[in-house]
Ligand binder design. Structure first.
Ligand code: URA
Ligand code: SF4
Length: 213
């Protein structure tokens, strides 16, 4: 069971464009994750992107810099996106949860990534819904189980359904979605299997790119 949280809805300005959303996000108190984090990490990329990439939450480096996917997983993702024939500059990059969740033994010690739970995903979803409605991409790629939890049907499993092109109804009409592994999962597999895991991510990104009209 996850804890009930107030959620971001009351902090998301109605009718705001992407700049308005970005400016409002630092004031969000929709869940408790804002407090130990350095700052909110909203999104990056093109406000008119046709392809959106949705990750889990900012990591340590993203939390420090305020920009998504600038750490090791982000570097791998950028390489995979380019290898899939997608121009990174034409993508929109964001996360299901906008504050870094971590554990830390003592102040000054290393901050260890902790996955957001279902309650954090639900609390933060108004931001994700609002930004996707404004950017209105044709194709949304969910990177890993957390993003899938935020946007894909409940029975979606990355292991089973990754790489499948899904048509789902949204407030902006029917859109294409695709779930795949998270780039940090590629970094975690034993070295002997890493090339294959990476190739799988690239293949799924290619499928997403091919689904663009
Ligand atoms: N992992 C994510 O899911 N998002 C980031 O921004 C960085 C790492
Ligand atoms: Fe708000 Fe999301 Fe941050 Fe929670 S994680 S405080 S809901 S922006």
């Amino acid at each position: 069971m996850s804890v009930q949280r107030p959620g971001a809805a009351e902090f998301v300005p109605a009718g705001a464009d992407l700049t308005g959303l970005r400016e409002a996000a630092p004031a969000c108190r929709g869940c408790e994750l804002w407090e130990p984090a350095t700052q909110v990490v909203f999104s990056a990329g093109s406000p008119t992107a046709r392809l959106a990439l949705v990750g889990e939450q900012p990591g340590d480096q993203e939390d420090r810099r305020g920009v998504p996917f600038v750490g090791p997983a982000g570097k791998l993702l950028q390489r995979a996106v380019a290898e899939a024939g997608i121009d990174v500059a034409t993508t929109y990059v964001t996360n299901a949860v906008k504050h870094f969740r971590f554990t830390q033994e003592a102040p000054g010690k290393r901050r260890i990534h902790a996955s957001p739970d279902a309650g954090h995903v639900t609390a933060c979803r108004p931001w994700l819904s609002a930004e996707l409605a404004v950017v209105d991409p044709e194709v949304v790629v969910c990177l890993g189980a957390t993003a899938a939890k935020a946007l894909l049907p409940k029975d979606f499993r990355v292991t089973k359904h990754r790489g499948q092109v899904l048509r789902l109804s949204t407030t902006k009409g029917e859109k294409t979605f695709l779930g795949t592994i998270h780039p940090s999962a590629v970094l975690r597999v034993p070295e002997a299997d890493r090339d294959a895991a990476y190739a799988g991510l690239v293949a799924d990104l290619r499928t997403a790119a091919a689904a663009l009209s």
